[in-house]
Design a protein around this ligand. Structure first.
Ligand SMILES: Nc1ncnc2c1ncn2[C@@H]1O[C@H](COP(=O)(O)OP(=O)(O)O)[C@@H](O)[C@H]1O
Ligand SMILES: [Mg+2]
Length: 337
């Protein structure tokens, strides 16, 4: 019998009822997260990363959002549970952190109150024990002088500190799975690095599974073991991080990698950016969704949507993988051409 993954997302489809009809923001996504693994989810803004993470925890308004497919956490399908039961899992076995810490911190309560409340909600401990734990959590997230900080209000702290508080709250319930949706995007690089270290540490210490969502492939290279690349609501490539960077198969992935700023790059040269923009959900291309922006696209691509297929241990959704790989391998053999 094969090992059960911590989280299994299978054929997830999330649609919204809008004034102009129904739009499908996530269209048939399948991936697993194992215990102790950090899975990266990347793609430009608007590709459906946040809708995916919100769907996993059923955070969307179910009056307008409709889910199809399956989300299994430790073998339990979250779509089959009542919202109340999902709420019990949320912030307990599965925690989530967002880009904007202030949206999840309450301005009228002290940091200490918010963390101890979170701890007491999820663990059977006294107020005093919760307080001690809260200080521990703050220390663990690298907050200096936690005994002092615990009495302050969110507005008294910098953005980086607020983000750490939010992470401390999210992690104080010792989740099995952490969903981090662009948690460092709003932070400056030094604080970003510290937060990444923190997540990595907790992942190692507690074997916590992590879904790390970002539009920044540079961050993925640092923290993730495996990566899923999303484009317009679909997965276009999945690979181990090393393979993804050394051997990207999908033209979209190649474009993303070429767009990473490098310290040693020639600054006078423009960064390679993928031409065009992500199409709107009301105007989804009929064939391959990336075709309008793809340098390799031909008639077949514009007419027929490719499936996500295995290719040399990776998965890729492209009609021309053979051709592209062959061309590249050929040009490596004769570098003078
Ligand atoms: N509540 C909603 N109603 C209608 N469309 C939505 C809603 N939430 C998100 N979308 C659309 O779903 C698509 C994916 O959004 P999102 O998941 O936030 O992208 P990402 O996080 O990758 O930047 C976008 O086109 C967005 O406009
Ligand atoms: Mg997002």
């Amino acid at each position: 019998m094969s090992k059960q993954p911590l989280l299994e997302v299978k054929d997830l489809k999330t649609s919204f009822q809008t004034e102009r009809g129904s739009v499908t923001a996530v269209d048939g996504i399948t991936f697993n997260v194992d215990k102790g693994e950090i899975l990266g989810v990347v793609g430009e803004s608007g590709c459906g990363k946040s809708v995916t993470s919100q769907s996993i925890l059923r955070l969307l308004d179910e009056n307008t959002a409709k889910y199809e497919g399956k989300i299994e956490f430790n073998g339990i399908n979250l779509f089959k549970l009542s919202l109340g039961d999902v709420q019990a899992i949320r912030g307990n076995d599965i925690a989530m952190i967002f880009q904007d810490p202030l949206s999840s911190l309450n301005p009228v309560y002290t940091i200490g109150y918010q963390i101890t409340e979170a701890i007491m909600l999820h663990q059977k401990v006294s107020k005093k024990e919760a307080y001690v734990k809260a200080i521990d959590m703050l220390r663990l997230t690298g907050i200096p002088a936690p005994e002092k900080r615990i009495n302050e209000y969110p507005y008294q702290l910098s953005g980086g500190m607020q983000q750490r508080i939010m992470i401390a709250i999210a992690l104080s319930c010792e989740p099995q799975l952490l969903i981090a949706d662009e948690p460092t995007t709003a932070l400056d690089v030094t604080i970003q690095a510290q937060i990444l270290d923190l997540i990595l540490n907790l992942n190692k210490k507690r074997e916590m599974g992590v879904i790390f969502i970002t539009h920044d492939l540079g961050v993925v290279a640092e923290v993730c073991t495996r990566v899923v690349v999303m484009y317009l609501g679909q997965i276009v490539e999945e690979a181990d991080t090393e393979n993804l960077f050394n051997n990207p198969l999908h033209p979209y992935t190649k474009g993303l990698i070429q767009s990473i700023p490098r310290l040693n790059s020639d600054r006078s040269k423009d960064l390679h950016v993928i031409e065009g923009t992500v199409p709107s959900l009301e105007d989804v291309p009929k064939g391959c969704r990336f075709a309008p922006r793809c340098p390799y696209a031909d008639e077949l691509c514009r007419e027929k949507m490719p499936e996500l297929k295995e290719y040399r241990g990776q998965k890729v959704r492209c009609w021309h993988t053979d051709k592209i790989v062959f061309k590249e391998e050929e040009s490596h053999v004769s570098p003078n051409r």
